[in-house]
Design a protein around this ligand. Structure first.
Ligand SMILES: NC(=O)c1ccc[n+]([C@@H]2O[C@H](COP(=O)([O-])OP(=O)(O)OC[C@H]3O[C@@H](n4cnc5c(N)ncnc54)[C@H](OP(=O)(O)O)[C@@H]3O)[C@@H](O)[C@H]2O)c1
Length: 329
């Protein structure tokens, strides 16, 4: 596979709205030890990309400043010491950045095979949400079969993944979303109850069921004290974002008296080793479910790479259900 010297990419010209995204030309990066170079076919769009574009989520120092946390395509070159992939292999990969480009670097251990039977378009939408949900819901949150699991933002990329995975592993899934259509979509994915938060109080719904054993939350703000109320005794709350803000007044007596756990994490700054461990767990435990057709990314829309700004406007409109993808070639 001949690799050109330069490539088309999308850069963040300055912090701001979607209009600051612009097509640019860059040198094709060269894979270093332990890295692979991917000829990108599709790149997933995630809310953290929009945060980075707005200047609210700086990439780690060693990462490409170009946006894009996941992609799928073919291996175009491998760096020294890479034995598990060869040129031409079809992969999807979690990226430290740089997915909005014709070529992107990934640590070899953060790439996964495209699941059998799946196209590159869908595969590009797997890594960011599957890594995030796996580590936060099952590893950190310890979700087990039969437990009551509440995920907020059920129609988001993260939410649609969390509903399907929790359901597949035998949990009872509750979720919140902002419209009747979004709630219907969540029910078809395996949620037993979808609460339209504009019309109903999720705390009352969960309390009537005995409380949530685990909550995955991306909203924060006034959801924090309400999540605490909605938890069952010994319940766990895992925070992965604060769309409504991180500061709030909270009575911690509840946490003590009812033995609650409040935790959280972000994926991007974690070590390469930690992400490689998550990739192995996904390959062993979740890839078989995808290949069996039990789980699939929910596809919202596709935009050409040059229209990344429109893709960002769509994700920030919150009109979408599931994943937005950029077609790179
Ligand atoms: N910690 C990590 O490692 C990690 C990794 C990836 C993503 N994340 C975070 O997880 C969240 C979901 O990511 P995603 O890519 O799946 O995003 P997404 O598809 O854009 O989903 C966000 C959804 O949240 C809902 N929402 C609820 N309250 C909101 C508010 N106050 N402002 C905006 N939206 C609100 C919206 O739907 P409705 O309001 O209509 O229900 C929206 O569709 C993001 O906040 C992202 O930054 C964290």
């Amino acid at each position: 596979m001949a690799v050109p010297a330069t490539m088309r990419a999308v850069e963040i010209t300055k912090p701001g709205g979607p209009e600051v995204l612009a097509v640019c030309e860059r040198r094709v990066p060269v894979p270093q030890a332990g890295q692979v170079l991917i000829e990108v076919a599709f790149a997933g769009v995630n809310r953290p990309d929009a945060l980075q574009r707005a200047g609210a989520y700086a990439p780690p120092p060693s990462a490409s400043p170009l946006p894009g946390l996941e992609a799928a395509g073919r291996i175009a070159a491998v760096g020294p010491g890479v034995a598990e992939w060869k040129v031409g292999d079809e992969v999807c990969a979690l990226l430290p950045g740089g997915g909005y480009a014709e070529y992107a670097l990934a640590p070899a251990a953060h790439a996964l095979p495209v699941p059998k039977g799946m196209g590159l378009r869908e595969a590009a939408c797997l890594p960011e949400t599957f890594f995030t949900v796996w580590t936060n819901v099952f590893e950190r949150g310890g979700l087990t079969a039969g437990e009551r699991f509440l995920v907020h933002g059920g129609s988001s990329g993260i939410g649609t993944t969390a509903i399907q995975l929790a359901h597949a592993f035998g949990a009872r899934v509750f979720t919140t979303a902002g419209s009747a259509e979004k709630c219907t979509a969540c029910l078809t994915l395996g949620a037993e109850r979808a609460v339209n938060y504009r019309e109903e109080d999720f705390v009352a719904v969960l309390k009537a069921e005995g409380g949530a054993n685990l909550i995955l939350d991306m909203v924060g703000g006034d959801y924090l004290p309400r999540n605490v109320q909605a938890l069952a005794d010994d319940g766990r709350l895992v925070q992965i974002a604060f769309l409504s803000g991180p500061k709030v007044e909270l009575n911690f007596a509840q946490v003590m008296a009812r033995r609650l756990t409040i935790t959280g994490s972000t994926l991007r700054p974690q070590s390469d080793l930690a992400k490689a461990r998550i990739a192995r767990a996904l390959r062993e435990t979740v890839w078989p479910l995808i290949e069996a057709g039990r789980i699939a990314p929910v596809m919202d829309s596709e935009f050409p790479l040059a229209e990344a700004a429109a893709a960002h406007a769509r994700i920030e409109s919150s009109g979408h259900v599931g994943k937005i993808v950029l077609k790179v070639r």
